[in-house]
Design a protein around this ligand. Structure first.
Ligand code: C5P
Length: 294
């Protein structure tokens, strides 16, 4: 049996850092959507466990399941297998293939989306009786962004990312995603924050126009620290604005930035312009899912 899962890029349309927990993790209020581009995973019943990689960004990724440095896909597989064993359910050997299309360590979820897709895919392959609460809990233990990637539809997230509300009214958007291919360390950017107590996003709107106004009036509080650490992020934001983006902003802890465009036609023209001027950057035009899909 073979199961396929899509691991879409996560885009933080807004990310406010509102506080800090005693364990050092930061409290967020973030508006997130998911792109039409992403990684692809295949789960196939096999005689023995296996893992293979392909795609533009497969090269530097870990291929083992080391508890600290290993690939998040294999850590997710191990965690789910543990749960299966504890609950007396079968979890037969599986070959997992990851087509890595998104740049790693780039603020668009990459590894978290892959881990979430692994939890979803193996639940299906192994026909596990596993509630969505249990999956969310397993996901959170793998990384703060995994619970939102399990949803893969527009949402707001508070806490460190686990307090999720579906943003049903958020419209589909036309984006250009640009990454200058400098990896950014999330803990380094959080540690460099000047303010850890910024205002939250505020009341959630009810109309498409209200959502666009909310995005325009919000921020990514990690952006100044990331631009300081990697000044090329400022060049990416300037390139998106010069190509006509109505809003240009960083996603997550960077370095990927997104530009918002009126429609996919404008987004594709802008992507071609930026890619032509910067052939060494990752540039992709992408639509996003709307809140009322699914
Ligand atoms: O949970 P994840 O592995 O994605 O987080 C990586 C690191 O980023 C954490 O160890 C922490 O230093 C920082 N972080 C944070 N606050 C968050 C999420 C991540 O300080 N909400």
């Amino acid at each position: 049996m073979t199961v396929h899962e899509f691991a879409p890029a996560k885009v933080n349309l807004a990310l406010h850092v509102t506080g800090r927990r005693d364990d050092g993790y930061h409290l967020l209020d973030t508006l997130v959507t998911f792109a039409s581009i992403g990684d692809r995973l295949t789960f196939e019943s096999a005689d023995a466990d296996g893992f293979s990689l392909s795609g533009r960004f497969a090269g530097p990724l870990p291929r083992d399941d080391d508890a600290i440095t290993g690939n998040l896909v294999l850590k997710a597989r191990n965690l789910l297998r543990l749960l299966a064993r504890e609950t007396g359910q079968a979890s037969d050997p599986v070959h997992i293939h990851l087509e890595k299309n998104l740049p790693p360590a780039s603020g668009i979820g990459g590894g978290s989306a892959d881990a979430a897709a692994t939890l979803r895919g193996l639940c299906r392959l192994w026909s596990l009786d596993c509630s969505s609460d249990t999956l969310q809990r397993l996901g959170l233990s793998l990384g703060a962004d995994v619970p939102m990637c399990l949803e893969s539809r527009p949402l707001t997230a508070r806490g460190i990312g686990e307090d999720i509300r579906i943003a049903a009214g958020l419209p589909a958007l036309s984006l250009v995603l640009v990454n200058p291919l400098v990896p950014v360390s999330t803990p380094t950017i959080f540690a460099a924050l000047e303010s850890r107590h910024n205002p939250p996003l505020g009341a959630l709107p009810e109309t498409a126009g209200g959502w666009m106004a909310l995005i325009a009036a919000s921020r990514n509080d990690l952006q100044p620290a990331a631009c300081q650490a990697e000044p090329v992020i400022g060049d990416v934001l300037a390139a998106l604005s010069a190509a006509g983006a109505t809003i240009a902003r960083m996603s997550g802890s960077g370095a990927t930035c997104f530009g918002l465009f009126a429609d996919m036609n404008h987004a594709e023209i802008a992507a071609a312009t930026i890619a032509g001027a910067h052939p060494d950057w990752f540039v992709a035009a992408s639509s996003t899912v709307s809140g009322d899909e699914r």
